[in-house]
Design a protein around this ligand. Structure first.
Ligand code: PLP
Ligand code: SF4
Length: 320
């Protein structure tokens, strides 16, 4: 199902006609967190450009191996928020179900690189305790499917999960956090669309695009189909040094999203996860960029600039 992916640093570097001197570091970093990037995404990159903003999101670099103070393996306190196997209940009214640890792509900045999915996912036949918890707490109105990427599950299993959730009367909203429409748009299958369209829930899909160049014609078509099924489309991105920390890049992303009927939702500061410190944008720089964004864009096209602080009952807005 998942289109051919590069997992070998050497093949990726050769395919993109990059300098082979990148290889030893790429191999070393990939031994900690595997390289994984689907071919279609690679084909959006510029050949011969080691600074390509799409490449930087996936290429293992030596900088990942440096330990930086303040960067840890569980930066957002997820392990402490576990309410049942695979279920995180941190915020009022919504709970997050980790349905799988797998993703179609391995993003180097992701906190997932250290998360112990084997013990923590509700996948396979381990949904029961999460479903029991959801059933027992009537304050929860919204279930968020996350991971990993929930769309790594096959449609029949997803449909079974949808049915189990629909049987819980106090749930009214379903949200799916997925990078799949952007990374593997053909994952938006007819079966998935049908399952989404017939649910009683209001369905929101939060896609994850960090750069306008990711939003190809094929991505636009997949998003259009989702919208036609009544799915509300939002985007969250992560502010990443070298990838999207320029004003022009942010404006292009927000405008390209809107062209595809996707509303910018969150722009996250990087989670302080070990191995990702080289993507860090300082708070001062983020604030300055955000001020400029507010001045140049209509309010509805500006995402909320937030960060995650363990133990706090919501994402925290970065004040200006
Ligand atoms: C981010 C997150 C949510 C969703 O927060 P919203 O502000 O509603 O988008 C819910 N649960 C957990 C555990 C989260 O990390
Ligand atoms: S969870 Fe999202 S950001 Fe992390 S590796 Fe998967 S697709 Fe990338």
């Amino acid at each position: 199902m998942i289109a051919h992916a590069f997992t070998c640093p050497e093949m990726l570097i050769d395919y993109l006609e990059l300098d082979r001197s990148l290889l030893p570091a790429a191999r070393a970093a990939a031994s900690r967190f595997e390289l994984r990037v689907p071919r279609a995404y690679v084909d959006c990159m510029e050949k011969g450009n080691p600074q390509d903003p799409l490449l930087l999101q996936v290429l293992p670099l030596g900088a990942e191996l440096e330990l930086r103070p303040g960067f840890s393996i569980d930066p957002v306190g997820d392990l402490a928020a576990t309410a049942a196997t695979g279920l995180l209940h941190k915020y009022h009214g919504r709970a997050l179900l980790i349905v799988t640890g797998a993703c179609a792509i391995n993003c180097r900045y992701c906190f997932r690189r250290h998360f112990p999915y084997q013990e923590s996912s509700a996948y396979l036949d381990r949904w029961q305790s999460a479903l029991d918890y959801l059933r027992s707490d009537a304050s929860i109105k919204e279930v968020i499917l996350s991971g990993g990427d929930p769309l790594m599950m096959v449609d029949s299993r997803l449909a079974a999960l949808f049915r189990a959730l629909e049987a819980i009367p106090h749930l009214t909203r379903l949200r799916i956090h997925t990078r799949m429409p952007v990374i593997v748009p053909q994952r938006v299958t007819d079966d998935l669309l049908e399952a989404l369209g017939r649910m009683r829930f209001r369905v929101t899909m939060v896609i994850h695009s960090n750069h306008a160049r990711e939003l190809t014609v094929a991505v636009g078509l997949a998003l259009q189909q989702l919208r036609e099924c009544g799915v509300t489309l939002l985007n969250q991105s992560v502010l990443l040094k070298g990838v999207n920390n320029g004003l022009k890049t942010q404006i292009e992303l927000c405008e390209a999203l809107f062209d595809m009927h996707v509303m910018p939702y969150y722009l996250h500061l990087l989670d302080a996860v070990q191995g990702a410190a080289h993507f860090d944008v300082s708070r001062e720089e983020a604030q300055l960029l955000y001020q400029q964004l507010l001045q140049q864009m209509p309010g509805y096209l500006v995402p909320k600039l937030v960060y995650e602080h363990s133990g706090v009952a919501s994402k925290t807005p970065l004040t200006l």
